[in-house]
Design a protein around this ligand. Structure first.
Ligand SMILES: Cc1cc2nc3c(=O)[nH]c(=O)nc-3n(C[C@H](O)[C@H](O)[C@H](O)COP(=O)(O)OP(=O)(O)OC[C@H]3O[C@@H](n4cnc5c(N)ncnc54)[C@H](O)[C@@H]3O)c2cc1C
Length: 395
């Protein structure tokens, strides 16, 4: 029987940050993980360069049933705190855009830094270890593939369901259910959209077309690139919008976000008045990728339409359609591509200061397994660091 003060299940960003903090406080800490190596998601993140935080992180960058829950942890371990750690290790990094910080070399730098911090804090790392059963007496008792263990504090840091091939499981949700905790229904997010069969017929030929757009869903709007794929819509703006999407919700796209309202209509009417004979798809092709311009014209205008053939009202409604194109996705893309899992352990069950369960003192949930999900741009790692740090002070 191995005895620890703290056992953390899951050696991802949240688990390792929590272990480091608890170890620094003199607690006897073990992290167990079923994977053969730590930080698998860190290694594949940010295209291999890990977008490890965002300088502008704030509660508005997160989705949760309780939008206030993340405030305490984010304010006590901030992006500046993580950046200071990265600087201590002389890890070179750069800001790509919109406050997003990436490693210059490789995400491996972040994993090695966290492992080194855990070693310094005396944390025992137990890999290829599965946990078969958890019981609660006066302590937590764990039956694992490496033998029986007991601990005072048990931290669940097993992440969400996305990318099963790098070790994602529903373990955290199962443990939450075992102890009677509510779970906000998990769903894949930051994965973009699949078109309905009808929309796929309309847009299937646009595979590979990318353009600047404003994508809106349920009050949230994102202006970045979109990318048409063989199955639907990807690219940063579509990924962001998918975080806010519920089944049957429409998604709106403004294909010309740089144009103020009315400017496209006005410029087309002026061109019509000057007697311009060009087809509308040619004119629109000067502003949008040609294949997209042709598709939008084919959907909304007679073949080969010129401005001369259209009434001012028809021009107005065509221009409006370019700014307010609406479709209802069939679904989001799914866990095989999702960067995160939305939903998770209900924040009402947890203390926002320590991440400890209200119903079961000694049990903690941190990181992505909790119902706090960040937008694209380094916010999910910041939540992993901040929530891990918060629990690390309390376990
Ligand atoms: C492709 C991709 C790219 C991403 N890029 C970014 C990015 O650049 N910036 C950003 O902020 N976020 C990014 N994310 C999201 C980010 O990776 C996660 O939100 C973050 O890793 C969550 O940290 P975590 O510690 O909570 O969980 P995880 O990192 O998922 O760690 C969970 C750990 O638990 C272990 N585990 C799971 N089940 C069990 C079990 N039953 N028994 C034992 N161990 C178990 C796993 O092996 C894993 O080591 C990306 C995600 C993906 C999939």
């Amino acid at each position: 029987m191995k005895t620890f003060d703290v056992v953390i299940i899951g050696a991802g960003g949240a688990g390792m940050m929590c272990a480091r903090e608890a170890g620094k406080r003199g607690r006897r800490v073990a992290i167990i993980d079923h994977a053969p190596k730590v930080g698998a998601k860190i290694l594949i993140s940010g295209g291999g360069r890990c977008n490890f935080t965002n300088r502008g992180t704030g509660p508005d960058n997160y989705v949760s049933q309780n939008p206030h829950f993340c405030k305490s942890a984010l304010s006590r371990f901030t992006p500046a705190d993580f950046i200071a750690l990265v600087k201590d290790y002389r890890i070179p990094y750069h800001e790509k855009k919109l406050g997003q910080l990436f490693c210059d070399r490789s995400a491996k730098d972040i994993v090695e830094m966290l492992v080194s911090e855990c070693e310094k804090a005396g944390v025992e790392l137990l890999l290829k270890c599965t946990c078969e059963e958890i019981r609660k007496s006066n302590r937590f008792e764990l039956s694992t593939s490496l033998g029986e263990m007991t601990c005072d504090s048990l931290v669940i840091a097993t992440g969400g369901l996305s990318i099963p091939k790098v070790g994602a499981t529903d373990f955290g949700y199962r443990i939450a259910r075992q102890f009677g905790l509510n779970i906000v229904y998990p769903a894949p997010a930051l994965d973009g959209f699949r078109f309905s069969p009808e929309d796929l017929k309309k847009f299937g030929d646009l595979t590979g077309v990318s353009t600047d757009a404003l994508v809106s869903c349920n009050e949230a709007s994102f202006r970045e690139n979109i990318l048409f794929t063989h199955a639907g819509l990807s690219g940063p703006a579509a990924l962001q919008a998918s975080l806010y999407w519920e089944p049957d919700d429409p998604v709106e796209i403004d294909f010309l976000p740089a144009f103020e309202p009315g400017r496209l209509e006005e410029s087309f009417i002026k061109k019509k008045e000057k007697g311009l004979k060009s087809e509308v798809k040619t004119l629109l092709g000067d502003l949008l990728p040609q294949r997209l311009a042709e598709t939008l014209c084919a959907l909304n205008l007679p073949p080969h339409a010129t401005l001369q053939q259209l009434s001012d009202k028809a021009i107005g409604s065509f221009a409006s359609g370019i700014h307010h194109f609406s479709f209802t996705p069939h679904s989001t893309v799914g866990y095989s591509k999702a960067e995160v899992t939305r939903g998770g352990v209900d924040t009402q069950e947890l203390s926002s200061k320590t991440m400890e369960c209200r119903k079961l003192p000694g049990l903690y949930f941190i990181g992505e397994v909790v119902d706090v999900t960040g937008q694209l741009g380094g916010y999910n790692f910041q939540w992993a660091w901040s929530s891990g740090w918060a629990a690390g002070q309390a376990v």
